[in-house]
Design a protein around this ligand. Structure first.
Ligand SMILES: Cc1cc2nc3c(=O)[nH]c(=O)nc-3n(C[C@H](O)[C@H](O)[C@H](O)COP(=O)(O)O)c2cc1C
Length: 133
């Protein structure tokens, strides 16, 4: 299994992760759930109307953290906006429950992929495992 696939599998398993962004010198964090492997990249989904989207537009640096009861995963990198309609469609197909709120052509639906990502799996018992993508 390729490293990025292991990362996606972990996020699928934990379901919820926490996404941190920066707003000036103030960290911001909130729960997120969307994660998709598409064209070899890790994508997440949000709405352009949200503060998180505005923060990422101003400063793409982000970090996410998820915990499965045993290991935790942190991914630090930059989140890049992608207007590829097919990526938005694929995201809504993976999370059909979002279709009540989002549509690929609503001008709000946003997908972003990780660039310069350093993913680290940690635990209390094993050495950290680092995956870059
Ligand atoms: C379990 C869970 C998963 C969530 N997943 C997402 C998500 O993938 N994308 C999203 O935009 N909002 C998601 N939300 C909602 C955001 O946490 C919420 O809109 C938050 O206020 C956005 O951050 P902001 O207020 O800084 O913009 C999720 C909420 C919960 C409780």
């Amino acid at each position: 299994m390729e490293g990025i696939e292991k990362v996606i599998r972990f996020l699928d398993e934990t379901k919820t992760y926490y996404l941190a962004t920066v707003e000036g010198d103030q960290p911001r964090v909130r729960p997120f759930g969307t994660a998709m492997l598409y064209n070899g990249k890790l994508y997440i989904q949000t709405g352009k109307a949200k503060a998180v989207s505005r923060q990422l537009a101003a400063d793409p640096k982000a970090e996410i953290c998820a915990f499965n009861g045993k290991k935790w995963l942190r991914i630090a990198g930059e989140l890049v906006n992608d207007e590829d309609r097919a990526a938005k469609v694929a995201m809504l197909e993976k999370y059909p429950e979002l279709k009540g709120m989002y549509d690929p052509d609503d001008g709000n639906t946003q997908v972003l992929y990780f660039k310069n990502a350093v993913a680290t799996f940690s635990s209390f018992t094993e050495a950290p495992e680092i995956i870059r993508f």
